[in-house]
Design a protein around this ligand. Structure first.
Ligand SMILES: CC(C)(COP(=O)(O)OP(=O)(O)OC[C@H]1O[C@@H](n2cnc3c(N)ncnc32)[C@H](O)[C@@H]1OP(=O)(O)O)[C@@H](O)C(=O)NCCC(=O)NCCS
Length: 200
């Protein structure tokens, strides 16, 4: 029996549970620091995130917020972290995925791409050839990185955003939904619009 504990009983966690099932996990439980949450997607919440290390299970963090995902992931045994890929995702053979990363339905990751640890490559997003993503990056639903894009750790590329080829995004940026990035971003902050500008 393959057991997985998902830390974070959220909507995102529920989607991860479905991917885990498709990856052969037959025993799926949740951990969440909110004691009031008892179940998620039909699976039981059996304790808090601090209990993860004591469970005889693989682990994955089901939390969208990069700071929290990082904090929790760094507190659990690295060798127990799962890497999950939805069967409908298309990955080139040489793609490298870090531990704790989840690739969701319909995502495409092309040749030469290297994805860090604890990343989310969300539904129907794409990461094209030779992109390099740091740890805890989130490529949100339907967003696209053209070829040879570099994304710094903990940066969130919002839903439907597009990052043009050869662009670098520094760590800890928030790219708004639908933004188009055509110039390198060197200062952490929130960027929106076409072409994207820093709003804070
Ligand atoms: C960019 C973002 C982070 C800003 O959130 P926020 O800091 O709470 O900012 P606010 O909602 O207060 O908006 C601030 C201003 O930016 C504008 N704005 C917000 N998001 C925008 C976007 N995506 N494109 C253009 N303008 C945007 C707002 O209209 C507002 O303008 P105003 O001051 O003229 O009224 C957020 O809107 C966003 O796009 N988050 C990404 C969500 C996402 O990708 N989810 C996917 C989950 S898979």
């Amino acid at each position: 029996m393959k057991k997985l504990a998902i830390i974070g009983a959220s909507g995102h966690g529920k989607v991860i549970a479905d991917i885990a099932k498709k990856n052969g996990y037959t025993d799926i439980v949740f951990l969440d620091d909110n004691d009031d949450i008892r179940e998620c997607g039909g699976y039981s919440v059996i304790g808090q995130s601090s209990e993860a290390g004591h469970l005889d299970a693989d682990l994955i963090i089901g939390i969208g917020n990069a700071d929290i995902r990082k904090r929790i992931q760094e507190s659990v045994p690295k060798e127990r972290l799962a890497t999950l890929i939805h069967p409908s995702a298309v990955l080139a053979e040489d793609v490298v995925l870090g531990a704790g990363t989840v690739v969701m339905a319909g995502a495409v990751i092309n040749s030469g791409a290297r994805i860090g640890s604890g990343c989310i490559i969300n539904t129907c997003s794409s990461v094209d050839h030779d992109c390099i993503l740091g740890d805890y990056v989130h490529i949100a639903v339907g967003s696209h990185l053209c070829g040879t894009v570099v994304v710094g750790s903990q940066t969130w590329v919002g839903a439907g955003a597009i990052v043009s080829n050869n662009i670098s995004l520094c760590p800890s940026c928030m790219i708004g939904t639908g933004a188009v990035i055509v110039k390198n971003i060197d200062i952490a902050g929130t960027y929106t619009g076409i072409p994207a500008k820093r709003i804070r």
